[in-house]
Design a protein around this ligand. Structure first.
Ligand code: GTP
Ligand code: MG
Length: 200
């Protein structure tokens, strides 16, 4: 499950414009600031994967990166960065939904959840929408290295709270992994998990 090579392929504005390819892919999804770019960089162990240069909320396209010439990692526009409260609901542009619903080679979505904050409505809405549409997800908790804030809860407590709500909406609890881009926690687990899903 080693990553030897990562190559940017293309940015697409519509599901239809995505690379026509049989190779499997994983899409990275999550709120702005959840640690999407950091996780990708931690996974590929490269600083110049171009994703880091994307400004918050600027990713408006579906970006395909080919890994080891054999599978794709796909960067998607984040959600929840809209300032207007109502605009922050499950309000993906139709092209992103079109991608989820029509991309046959999509193995799973890695849904990133910030473990340093309590469960967020928008993340739960997102997980539930994906569940209702039978789109497979792996929940990737980010920032698990963060210590307890003065009045906040610890990451493991936030994770437990999040899992509890998810359990009410999923018949089968999605797989989940704890990660930190700072300490490298979960990196190898996640790579192994993805290779298992690819070979399933
Ligand atoms: P957008 O590009 O705005 O969508 O954000 P993003 O999801 O790509 O988040 P990004 O990787 O830019 O990280 C946001 C902030 O969280 C940065 O200040 C990171 O340094 C920090 N961060 C990301 N991952 C971790 C982590 O595992 N631990 C800690 N402590 N901080 C993290
Ligand atoms: Mg980013």
């Amino acid at each position: 499950s080693r990553i030897k090579e990562v190559e940017f392929v293309k940015s697409s504005g519509k599901a239809k414009e995505c690379p026509k390819d049989h190779r499997p892919e994983f899409a990275i999804l999550g709120r702005s600031n959840v640690g999407k770019s950091s996780l990708i960089n931690a996974l590929v162990r490269k600083k110049e994967v171009a994703l880091t240069s994307k400004k918050p909320g600027k990713t408006q396209l579906i970006n395909h990166f080919l890994v080891n010439k054999s599978w794709y990692i796909v960067d998607l526009p984040g959600y929840g960065f809209a300032k207007a409260p109502d605009a922050a609901r499950m309000d993906w542009s139709s092209f992103t939904k079109g991608y989820f619903l029509n991309r046959d080679t999509l193995v799973a979505i890695l849904l990133l959840i910030d473990a340093s904050v309590p469960p967020q409505r928008i993340d739960l809405d997102c997980a539930n929408w994906l569940g209702r549409n039978n789109i497979p997800i792996t929940i990737v908790f980010t920032k698990c290295d963060k210590m307890k804030a003065s009045k906040g809860k610890r990451p493991d407590e936030n994770i437990r709270d999040f899992q509890q709500v998810i359990r009410q909406n999923y018949k089968v609890h999605p797989p989940w992994i704890m990660t930190s881009s700072v300490t490298g926690l979960g990196r190898d687990d996640l790579l192994l998990h993805m290779s298992q899903l690819r070979n399933y």
